[in-house]
Write a protein that binds this ligand. Structure first.
Ligand code: HC0
Ligand code: SF4
Length: 567
C-alpha cells in the first residue's frame, strides 16, 4: 500500500500503480488519447500531465508510478494550460471534418477539445494528403485523421500479434509497403478500429445503406439476424452496464426501425453444433483430418488462409452461424414464404468487423451470384441507427424473435464467449456418443480468459483431447507449437479476439477495466436462465431436420450449411 495526496485529499493505492490509474480509480479525470488500459503506455499524446512534489517539471501520469507520500495535483493553472496547449497542437494537424466523420459524437479528441474549451488558434499544419483506403469491406482508413497515438499499432502487434501496422517515416501508421489494407495479410479483425480514438480507422459502415432500405423497401422483406455477443454489449451504448442483458430490447428496437422479421443467429449456432459435432465424430471414427478446427470466426478463417494454408483441411467445413442463417433465409425460408431469394434481404448484426468480409466470400453467394448476407452492421452501427431514429432503447418493451429461425438454447448463446462453441459441442457430442448427458453442463475447464485452455474429456473409452484458443497472438503461439508437434488435440476452438466475440472489433468501445468480464458473465447468465441448454434439444432445429435436411451432414445440409476455403 502506498499513501499519497491527490488534489489535497488523502488516498491510497497499491505499489507500482501509475498516477493515471490511481486518479481514475479515485474518479479524478485525467485526459489522454494514447493510453488504453488494455495496451502498454505509449507516452505520445502528452495530455496526461500532472504536478508532483518530486520534480519541478510536469509528469506524465501514464508512465509515472505513485510514490509513498507523493503530492499529486491535476487541476493547477500550469497543468490546465499545458493540456490546452497540447490539445491545440494536435488540433492544428487534424482535418476539421467532424460533421461528416464516422466517429462524430464518439471521438475522444472531439470530447477533450470541448471539455477543455480549446480554441483552434495555431496556424494549420499542412500534412501531405494520404489517399483514403476503402479496399476492405470491413474497415476504412483515413490516415489524414491520425493523431499519432499508435493505439492501432499496439492493438495489431501486442494484442493480435499481426504486425500489419507499423509506424511510417512520417510518424503515421502504415501497412507493409503502404499497400491497400485488403491486399495485405490483415485478417479484418477490427482491433485497430476498436482502439482508434478518432475517425482514422473505422468499420466500413453500412448504416446509410440499411437506413435507406428501411425507409424505402421497394417490395423487399427485411430480415435481421443478431449474433450471440451483441445482446450483452449494446446496452453500453445507452448508458447501461456492460453485461446487462438486452436481448428483448434489441429485438424491439430492430422492429421499431422497421424490420419485417428478426431471427436469431443463435438458432444457427445450435444448428452448427449438430453439423460440426457430427463432423467431429465422423472424422474420429473414419480417420479424417485431426485436430478439427472450428470455422465460425471469420478472422480465424482469414488467418488460416493467409498464414497456415497447410491446415485448411483441418477446418470444419461448416459455415459460420451467420452464413448458415443467411443461407436458410434465402434458400429455405423465402421459398416457404412465397418469395424470391433476392426479395428477402438479410441484415446481420454482429460484434465483428470481419463478418462484413465473410459476407462477401464467393463461396457464400447464391447460384445467381448474390450475397446471401446482404448487409452486416456491427453492434456499434446498430446502436448508431437506433440513435439516429430516436428510438428510446432503455425504456423499450421487450420483444421476441420470429420463429422458426428465432428459437435457441443456452448452448447457442455461449458461442459469444471464448470456449462457448467447445462447451456447446461437448454437451451434444458427449450425449450422442455415449447416450447419456455430460455429468455437468457447466464445463469450466474451457471457460475464462487463459489464452490457451486444454481439457481431456472421457468419451467412454476415448480420451477426447480439446483446446480453446482466443486472441490472435495466442493463436500464432498455438499454431507454432502444433507445427512443432507439441500439441495433439482432437478438436480446437479458435476465436481471434480476446474473450471471443464479446471482445469483437465491432463492439461498443467501453474503457472500464472489466467490461469483458462483465459481458462474459452476462452470456453465462443467459445460458443459466434457459431451461433448454443443449443444441440437440432445440425443437425448431429438430423440426428442420425432420422436414427439410433429413439428418446432419446430409446432401442438402452439405449444399446449404457447409462451405470450402481459398487455398
Ligand atoms: Fe460470433 Fe458466431 S459466436 S462468430 O463469435 O459461431 O461475430 O457473437 O455471431 O456466425 O453464432 C461473432 C458472436 C457470431 C457466427 C454465432 C459463431
Ligand atoms: Fe491488424 Fe486486425 Fe487492424 Fe488488420 S484489422 S490491421 S489484423 S488490428
Amino acid at each position: 500500500i502506498v499513501k499519497f495526496t491527490l488534489n489535497g485529499h488523502f488516498a491510497e493505492t497499491t505499489k507500482g500503480t501509475t498516477i493515471l490509474e490511481a486518479c481514475r480509480t479515485n474518479d479524478v479525470f485525467i485526459p489522454s488519447l494514447c493510453y488504453h488500459p488494455n495496451l502498454s503506455p505509449n507516452e505520445e499524446c502528452n495530455l496526461c500531465l500532472v504536478e508532483t512534489d518530486k520534480t519541478s517539471k510536469l509528469s506524465r501520469a501514464c508512465s509515472t508510478a505513485v510514490q509513498e507520500g507523493m503530492s499529486i495535483v491535476t487541476n493547477s493553472e500550469n497543468v490546465l494550460n499545458s493540456v490546452k496547449h497540447n490539445l491545440a497542437m494536435i488540433l492544428s494537424e487534424h482535418p476539421k471534418e467532424c460533421t461528416s466523420c464516422e466517429s462524430n459524437n464518439r471521438c475522444e479528441l472531439q470530447d477533450l477539445v470541448y471539455r477543455y474549451g480549446v480554441i483552434d488558434k495555431f496556424p494549420r499544419k499542412q500534412r501531405e494528403y494520404i489517399p483514403k483506403d476503402y479496399s476492405s469491406p470491413s474497415l476504412i482508413r483515413d490516415m489524414n485523421k491520425c493523431i499519432k497515438c499508435y493505439r492501432c499499432v499496439k492493438a495489431c502487434s501486442e494484442l493480435q500479434g499481426m504486425d500489419i501496422l507499423t509506424i511510417g517515416p512520417d510518424g503515421i501508421p502504415m501497412t507493409p509497403k503502404n499497400k491497400e489494407l485488403y491486399t495485405t495479410k490483415c485478417i479484418n479483425c477490427g482491433a485497430c478500429s476498436f482502439y482508434c480514438p478518432v475517425g482514422a480507422i473505422t468499420e466500413n459502415s453500412q448504416v446509410r445503406e440499411v437506413s435507406n432500405l428501411l425507409k424505402n423497401k421497394e417490395g423487399k422483406s427485411l430480415v435481421f439476424q443478431t449474433a450471440p455477443a451483441t445482446r450483452v454489449a449494446i446496452s453500453e451504448e445507452f448508458g447501461m452496464e456492460p453485461g446487462d442483458i438486452s436481448t428483448g430490447k434489441m429485438v424491439a428496437a430492430i422492429r421499431k426501425l422497421g424490420a419485417d422479421v428478426v431471427f436469431d443467429t443463435n438458432f444457427t449456432a445450435d444448428l452448427t453444433i449438430m453439423e460440426e459435432g457430427s463432423e467431429l465424430l465422423d472424422r474420429i471414427k473414419n480417420g479424417g483430418t485431426l485436430p478439427m478446427f472450428t470455422s465460425c470466426c471469420p478472422g480465424w478463417i482469414n488467418m488460416v488462409e493467409k498464414f497456415y494454408p497447410e491446415f485448411i483441411p483441418n477446418l470444419s467445413s461448416c459455415r459460420s452461424p451467420q452464413g448458415m442463417m443467411s443461407s436458410l433465409v434465402k434458400n429455405y425460408w423465402a421459398e416457404r414464404m412465397g418469395m424470391k431469394p433476392e426479395d428477402a434481404v438479410v441484415v446481420s448484426i454482429m460484434p465483428c468487423t470481419a463478418k462484413k468480409d465473410e459476407a462477401c466470400r464467393d463461396q457464400l453467394k447464391t447460384e445467381q451470384g448474390l450475397q446471401e448476407t446482404d448487409y452486416v452492421l456491427t453492434t456499434r452501427e446498430l446502436a448508431k441507427l437506433i440513435k439516429l431514429n430516436n428510438v428510446k432503447f432503455a425504456s423499450l418493451k421487450e420483444s421476441e424473435y420470429n420463429n422458426p429461425l428465432g428459437e435457441s438454447t443456452g448452448a447457442a448463446v455461449i458461442f459469444g464467449n471464448t470456449g462457448g462453441v467447445m462447451e456447446a459441442a461437448l454437451r451434444t457430442a458427449y450425449e450422442i456418443a455415449l447416450e447419456k448427458p455430460m455429468p455437468t453442463l457447466n464445463y469450466t475447464p474451457v471457460r475464462g480468459f487463459q489464452g490457451i485452455k486444454e481439457a481431456t474429456v472421457d468419451f467412454g473409452g476415448i480420451d477426447l483431447k480439446v483446446a480453446v484458443v482466443h486472441q490472435a497472438s495466442n493463436i500464432h503461439d498455438y499454431m507454432q507449437k502444433l507445427k512443432n508437434g507439441d500439441f495433439m488435440h482432437h478438436f480446437v476452438e479458435f476465436m481471434i479476439c480476446k474473450g471471443g466475440c464479446i471482445g469483437g472489433g465491432g463492439e461498443p468501445k467501453s474503457k472500464t477495466g472489466d467490461y469483458l468480464e462483465k459481458r462474459m458473465k452476462g452470456i453465462y447468465k443467459i445460458d443459466d436462465n434457459f431451461t433448454v441448454r443443449k443444441s440437440h434439444e432445440n425443437q425448431a432445429v429438430k423440426k428442420i431436420y425432420e422436414q427439410f435436411f433429413g439428418h446432419p451432414l446430409s446432401h442438402k445440409s452439405h449444399h446449404l450449411l457447409h462451405t470450402h476455403y481459398n487455398d
